[in-house]
Design a protein around this ligand. Structure first.
Ligand code: ITT
Length: 194
């Protein structure tokens, strides 16, 4: 089965490759195409809208296979969920995790979580969503050189290290994306799409 993962984010692609790239019979390929990412209220809204658009606009040579997209974000309790669905925008415009650290200076409640929503379409009967969440806290300072995006400031529950201090494999064991990918893996194992 061939899966085209449309993403501009190399870090995401590496994590997905680690989790499902080695599943027998799955051939994963990255596509760098753009699609509309609306400013919806939830990640699910954003992904559903994008899948509708892709169904209409993507070339058949891709839709003849399985096509995958993913939207994710970091939600900080004390900031009422910000940057959340604006995580990519904050990362691009005001410096991502440094901006979050500045907003959180002196705050004792450092609870936060990551969420992800993966959508697949193409050779599935109906477009399908897989979601994942990872609770944790924000570090006081950035730590680690691995991962991407907000990883240097996020410590998952039950750990002392940030995601950026873990290998891709370790991060996948805890992470929002790793959890959603487990469900996707089960789905792929139970389906007869090729
Ligand atoms: P796409 O092309 O796949 O959309 P993107 O980087 O724009 O790639 P999103 O729209 O999902 O990704 O935006 C999510 C933002 O949150 C983005 O800035 C990411 O760097 C960051 N992010 C997402 N997942 C993350 C993770 O597991 N660890 C750290 N930061 C993450």
């Amino acid at each position: 089965m061939k899966i085209y993962f449309i993403t501009s984010n190399e870090g995401k692609f590496n994590e997905v490759t680690e989790a499902i790239g080695s599943v027998s019979g799955v051939e994963l390929e990255r596509l760098e195409l753009s699609y509309p990412e609306i400013q919806g209220e939830t990640l699910e809204h954003v992904v559903k809208f994008a899948m509708g658009w892709l169904k209409e606009h993507l070339e058949d040579k891709y839709l003849e296979h399985t096509v995958m997209i993913e939207d994710s974000g970091l939600f900080v309790n004390r900031l009422k969920g910000f940057p959340g669905i604006y995580s990519a925008y904050v990362h691009r415009t005001i410096g991502g995790y440094n901006a979050v650290l500045t907003l959180m200076e002196g705050e004792w409640d450092r609870r936060a979580h990551f969420e992800t929503c993966i959508g697949i379409l193409g050779q599935v009967e109906e477009p399908k969503l897989f979601v994942g969440k990872c609770d944790g806290t924000l570090a006081n300072d950035a730590r680690g050189t691995g991962g991407f995006g907000y990883d240097p400031i996020f410590i998952p529950e039950g750990e002392k290290r940030t995601f950026a201090e873990m290998s891709v494999e370790e991060k996948n064991k805890f992470s929002h994306r790793g959890k959603a990918l487990m469900d996707l893996k089960k789905f792929l194992a139970d389906t007869n799409i090729r």
